[in-house]
Ligand binder design. Sequence first.
Ligand code: ADP
Ligand code: MG
Length: 244
Amino acid sequence: MGNPLIQVQNLGKKFGDLEVLKDISVDIYKGDVVCVIGPSGSGKSTFLRCLNRLEEPTSGHILFEGTDIVDKNTNIDKHRQKMGMVFQQFNLFPHMTILKNLTLAPMKLQGKSSKEAEEQALKLLDKVGLKDRANSYPNQLSGGQKQRIAIVRALCMNPDVMLFDEPTSALDPEMVGEVLNVMRELAEEKMTMVVVTHEMGFAKEVATRVMFMDGGYFLEENEPVEFFEHPKNDRLKSFLSKVL
Ligand code: ADP
Ligand code: MG
């Protein structure tokens, strides 16, 4: 298996007196598709946001490709470029075309030429079936299309890991499938992914590991079949009985 891509060691996060993450340790390996499930308010987003330091951990260490990104001396911008993030809300720039949205960061942060950046963007757009929308503006697209663009935007930076925070939760039901399909293809290509999701079918089929977060801990972790068919923790059993 080699060294983990991400090593989370005794991660803790407090907001004032509220202890949201409590002593979390987990290793994520290259090619892992980790699905994180759990009730609302249990700390899933906070966990994900700590992984690329959108939130400052209160305690612990996060080693990404061997570098402790919690260390104040680490150049977090450099490492963050290697971590693609996709949110519930797509956060595309409304006044820019899709192509411009996609080429901005690679040109600005990676020094790519516009030709190079555009070629890559168009190739990835083609892959998600949206090449013909390159010159559209975000508000001309459906929610599902916008989310596929947001995924492509993250991929344009050639990330080593993709972090997804409920990427389909804001979508109309008929658009969920097209976004999950893109994610499924990424997983098939062995992209390392950490996915916070309520899509239990996706977790069951695509995850290499499923983790249940409740009250700021991972209470149970397993490969998907065992996780869903033979849950051990009582709180996981109760959670699954409500969502399945
Ligand atoms: P989840 O994603 O599992 O729904 P979150 O990680 O968003 O949970 O939130 C966990 C807890 O932390 C919640 O009680 C939430 O209100 C609190 N929280 C999240 N972000 C902040 C913040 N920036 N300031 C204060 N409390 C926060
Ligand atoms: Mg959340």
